[in-house]
Design a protein around this ligand. Structure first.
Ligand code: SF4
Length: 420
């Protein structure tokens, strides 16, 4: 991995890697929440409304700097934090800046996707009307659970009834695509309770549902409470049962899995996130936003004060910069591609591995053959090896339903045989 010094400006980095007018995806991070949920490790601050105007002014400057690097946008994703916490008049300013600085033609035509993450407690009809006028065509509503006791365990503050209300208001405002986020394997949650959450989510008839197993990220309140023995982690067998129940219930309702934790009706996949998993390029704006262009990765500095105070012709200070590196790119292609139902294109992975570390391609093929014999991975065409070269023409590798249950271990094993 090639890392540069800790702090630099996105301007110097992007001048090295970004071709003008080529990047077609944009992520924007809004760092405000009204309360910190105990499981959350995203960058957000519990903030009153006093710093929102300065944030939007600064973000507008950053968007002006990034605009010339972007082509017609295929997708915008505004995440956080709680983007729906920004006041409607500030959202108007932000949407105007996007319209002025970027080509939103694909989005306005309904071909492109513009998602905003919403907390059910903070959306209003006024805000959704502002979204719709500004081109937003998809909302992702954080439900997590419909069970008040489990929401309490997560320290997630909203009334479950407001999830349906938010979805309904989005429809009335003309935002035609909606997704709901759920969490399972919450301490104390039973399989029946999870099934009830799935039923309530399905009753909302959204085209997309994300269902994540609860994780205990270091530094979160949830991890500290676990360490203090406040509750036990969900039993592994129950978690696996919940994972399988999720697939069965959602598939039965016409929402199939297209990524480990994401389910949609045909054609309703989140295009922005698919772009991440397919290793496409995206620009990033806002504190803690991560970007990927020209094989380089970086993160905007995750402190609101630094973000507000430091300008370089509009660009933000960045950290965790990783310059283009074929080995990292190959590992990432395997790691993110195997998260997807469509899997990874085998040929460039095998040839790339062999080129970077002779023997690695053969080891990869052997491991894939073993996983296939165990029913954990499926391939398209037969694997071919001969004449001293390895070919896997037209073949894709993808995990089976059983493979998805142990996806992390499979990917770790495949990355391990690369020997990088
Ligand atoms: S609302 Fe979302 S971003 Fe904010 S603290 Fe909760 S989980 Fe984290």
């Amino acid at each position: 991995m090639v890392r540069t010094p800790a702090r630099q400006s996105a301007r110097s980095l992007l001048s090295q890697v970004a071709s003008q007018g080529r990047t077609q995806r944009l992520y924007i991070h809004v760092p405000f929440c009204f309360h910190k949920c105990h499981y959350c490790d995203f960058y957000s601050l519990v903030d009153t409304r006093d710093r929102q105007p300065a944030f939007v002014r600064r973000l507008t400057d950053e968007l002006a700097a990034l605009g010339p690097l972007a082509g017609p946008l295929k997708s915008i994703f505004v995440g956080g934090g709680t983007p729906s916490l920004l006041a409607p008049h500030l959202w108007r300013d932000l949407l105007r800046a996007l319209d002025e600085r970027f080509d939103l033609g694909l989005i306005r035509a309904g071909v492109g996707e513009f998602t905003v993450e919403c907390n059910p407690e903070t959306v209003t009809r006024e805000l959704l009307d502002v979204f719709a006028q500004g081109g937003v065509n998809r909302v992702s509503v954080g439900a997590q659970s419909f069970n008040p006791a489990h929401l309490k365990t997560l320290e997630r503050w909203h009334d479950p009834a407001n999830v349906g209300r938010a979805i309904e208001m989005a429809r009335e405002a003309g935002i035609r695509r909606q997704s709901v986020d759920l969490i399972f394997a919450i301490p104390g949650q039973t399989l029946d309770e999870w099934q009830a959450d799935l039923s309530l989510a399905l009753a909302l008839q959204t085209e997309h549902i994300s269902a994540y197993a609860l994780t205990y990220e270091p530094g979160t309140a949830m991890a500290a409470r676990l360490a203090r023995g406040e509750f036990p982690k969900a039993d592994e067998d129950i978690e696996a049962d919940m994972f399988e129940a999720t697939l069965a219930r959602l598939r039965q309702a016409g929402l199939d899995r297209y990524e480990v934790s994401n389910f949609s009706k045909p054609g309703a996949e989140c295009q922005h996130n698919l772009g991440y998993w397919r290793q496409e390029a995206w620009l990033a704006a806002g504190p803690a936003a991560s970007g990927h262009v020209g094989g380089a990765r970086w993160k905007n500095i995750p402190r609101l004060d630094d973000y507000l105070d430091h300008h370089d012709a509009g660009f933000a200070p960045v950290m965790d910069v990783e310059l283009p590196d074929p080995r990292r790119a190959l590992v990432e292609r395997l790691m993110t591609g195997l998260r997807l139902r469509e899997g990874v294109d085998a040929q460039p992975v095998v040839e790339g591995a062999e080129g970077l570390n002779p023997g690695a391609g053969k080891r990869l093929l052997a491991r894939v053959a073993k996983l296939k014999s165990e029913g954990l991975l499926e391939t398209g065409n037969a694997l071919a090896e001969g004449g001293g070269t390895i070919a896997a023409t037209g073949e894709r590798w993808s995990l089976t339903d059983r493979g998805f249950l142990v996806a992390d271990g499979i990917v770790r094993g495949l990355v391990g045989v690369l020997g990088f």
